[in-house]
Design a protein around this ligand. Structure first.
Ligand code: 0RA
Length: 635
């Protein structure tokens, strides 16, 4: 467009996307790996909306060699005719105007909320280049942008028989800390999306590999397949997942559930395909219905006697894997991370759908019903025993933070928001850390050897482990049902282990413990992993540290050829003196911490079960697959 025809509106538009480039975090959460991957989800969400509208059944995602990504769908195509208000084609409006969201009015269920639904224009703003091709009205239309600005106007570039949208974008290295996409992160998100949208075919291709890697996700069973998948590596107690579905004025609810012989509870709740980590009304309705219906049935069958107490919700949910998916026209997302569903009308809607569906299932499958109730009564007994164990330990003062563990070197500041605790592997590294720390705000808790694998042991055994008792008392939060985040004595829990296999194992054991017994701590973002360096490079009077092999290569390559250097490889924290440990790993001014997040429920669940579960084969496979990048989950 010639400059002379720029109107006031155009300038406003540019300012809109400029705001995104100035404060990307406000729109995509961060400019780290998480924010980068968010760009892909944002585009895909728009394609999924087409699927939800019944107009699309295939989405293809390709990661190219130059770390650009193409998302192609066979939806209706973004409209190409002019939008009167802006006097520009719909495609251009969708890609250059903030919150146009690509949707100009319309109805139906849409993926939106949380960080999602910010609109494809945000992706455009944060890409150094973006190309779009629309097949619509018998033609192929093309257009291109650079850093959010139109660089080539919409033109017809060919003929088309079908419809659809293809968007390729190059994330802007001026914005992102890294532009390297992760296969695992995208694949696991796409698998989840495919489970939630029955029969939608999502194909992921990675062209960065020598042989392009291709995986197709398509599940005819939808969330029933999701539950089967989550239970795949576990022993189930009834043959097929239970499936319940209902649609009304309130919206649409679908639930699939099944029990396994394990002790943990995996209930995933989604609203309009968004993982509602913080729960909400749909989850409440589900839990209420489940508890009441099972108790009613058990009483009617005489399995629970008059005098017996009701089975508690937690007992009933032991070993439960469930996926709840609701779709509503106007979802309200609340909570700290905007992942809590607030719509009140959906609570009773879900509750009555589950009550009816589950009662029917129990009547029709008496054997399965009995197995489920037996499992719950056993859980109730175990819980009583655990409570006794806890009371006993508490009476001895072992879980009470008024008697802090002897090994803890506490900090002097009492303001939890300002303090941090390092969980350090081994007494000798613990000693160095104690000398290295700033004792005003850094506490040190040395842990001896391997801590108990809580995925295999129940809570009773976990509570009798001294290392676990020490952590619980030091944190001050209590554990499992008694857990209270408000009582946390530190707002940073930092896991500091050696950069070797044993260290990785201990880290996994600790994360498993947090995941199963102190999940709100992870949700609140209190759990971190320290990053000790792998190498020290000394040259002349200077020295530097490298935290990865790649960094070391880059570093050495950058040294002038004639420079002599000395390379030290750290095998453990113990090889560093306190000054080095402070400088590289503990000093807030220099260190990097990885924050542990469970953004991707599926990846987290999978990693935990693979690494910590009963079966050996998945563990071997996981470790082989992740041998070079054991960074765990989505940290
Ligand atoms: C606006 C309106 C319509 C569809 C879209 C945007 C749309 C956006 C994206 C982004 C990626 N793929 C997409 N596919 C469609 C509705 C079009 C109609 O009513 O025909």
């Amino acid at each position: 467009m010639p400059e002379s025809t720029y109107s006031g509106k155009d300038i406003q538009v540019l300012e809109g996307l400029e705001a995104v480039r100035k404060r990307p975090g406000m729109y995509i959460g961060s400019t780290g790996p998480k924010g980068l991957h968010h760009l892909v989800y944002e585009i895909v969400d728009n394609s999924v909306d087409e699927a939800l509208a019944g107009c699309c059944n295939s989405i293809e995602i390709t990661i190219h060699q130059d770390n650009s990504v193409t998302v192609t769908d066979n939806g209706r195509g973004i409209p190409v005719d002019n939008v009167p208000k802006y006097r520009k084609p719909g495609v251009e409006v969708a890609l250059t105007i903030l919150h146009a969201g690509g949707k100009f009015g319309g109805s139906g269920y849409k993926v939106s909320g949380g960080l999602h639904g910010v609109g494809v224009s945000v992706v455009n703003a944060l890409s150094k280049r973006l190309e779009v091709e629309v097949k619509r009205d018998g033609k192929i239309w093309g257009m291109a942008f650079e850093r959010g600005k139109t660089v080539s106007q919409l033109t017809a570039i060919g003929k088309a028989k079908s419809t659809g949208t293809k968007i390729r974008f190059w994330p802007d290295p001026e914005i992102f800390e890294t532009t390297e996409f992760s296969w695992d992160v995208i694949a696991s998100h796409m698998r989840e999306t495919a489970f939630l949208n029955k029969n939608l075919k999502i194909t992921l291709t990675d062209e960065r590999e020598l042989e392009p890697r291709v995986e197709e996700f398509r599940y005819a069973g939808g969330i029933v397949d999701f539950v089967k998948y989550l239970n795949e590596k576990r022993e189930t107690i009834h043959a097929r997942p239970i499936y319940i579905e209902a649609e009304g004025a309130e919206g649409l609810v679908e639930v699939a559930l099944g029990w396994n012989t394990g002790y943990s509870e995996t209930v995933l709740a989604f609203a309009n395909n968004i993982n509602t980590h913080e729960g909400g009304t749909h989850l409440d309705g589900f839990k209420n219905a489940l508890t009441r219906t099972i108790n009613d049935y058990a009483r009617r069958q005489g399995i629970l006697k008059e005098k017996d107490d009701n089975l508690s919700g937690e007992d009933i949910r032991e070993g439960l894997v469930a996926v709840i998916s609701v779709k509503l026209r106007e979802p309200q997302f609340e909570g700290q991370t905007k992942t809590k569903l607030g719509n009140t009308e959906i609570r009773s809607f879900v509750q009555s759908a589950i009550t009816t569906g589950l009662a029917e299932f129990l009547e029709e499958h008496p054997k399965a019903a009995r197995a489920i109730i037996t499992k719950s009564t056993q859980a109730a007994k175990a819980r009583m025993a655990a409570r006794k164990a806890r009371e006993l330990t508490r009476r001895k003062g072992l879980l009470d933070s008024s008697t802090l563990p002897g090994k803890l070197a506490d900090c002097s500041i009492r303001e939890a928001a300002l303090t941090e605790i390092y969980l350090v592997e081994g007494d000798s590294a613990g000693g160095s850390a104690k000398q290295a720390r700033d004792r005003s705000f850094q506490a040190i808790l040395p842990l001896r050897g391997k801590i108990l694998n809580v995925e295999k042991a129940g809570i009773t055994r976990a509570l009798s482990s001294l290392e676990i008792q020490a952590m619980i008392t030091a944190f001050g939060t209590g554990v499992s049902e008694e857990f209270n985040l408000d009582n946390a004595r530190y707002h940073k829990i930092i896991i500091m282990t050696d950069a070797d296999v044993d260290g990785a194992h201990i880290r996994c054991l600790l994360l498993t413990f947090f995941y199963r017994f102190m999940r709100p701590m992870i949700d609140a973002g209190y759990v971190y992993i320290a990053q000790p360096p792998l190498y020290k490079i000394t040259y002349g009077k200077k020295h530097d540290y490298a935290y990865t092999d790649r960094q070391l290569q880059q570093f050495l390559a950058a040294l002038p050829e004639t420079t002599k250097y000395n390379l030290q490889r750290y095998k453990g924290l113990g090889e560093m003196n306190p000054e080095q440990l402070w400088e590289t790993t503990m000093d807030p001014a220099n260190r990097t911490l990885l924050q542990v997040s469970l953004d991707d429920a599926l990846a987290a669940e999978e990693a935990i079960v693979d690494l910590m579960g009963d079966q050996v084969e998945p563990r071997k496979k996981f470790i082989q697959r992740h041998a070079k990048s054991v960074r765990f989950l989505d940290v």
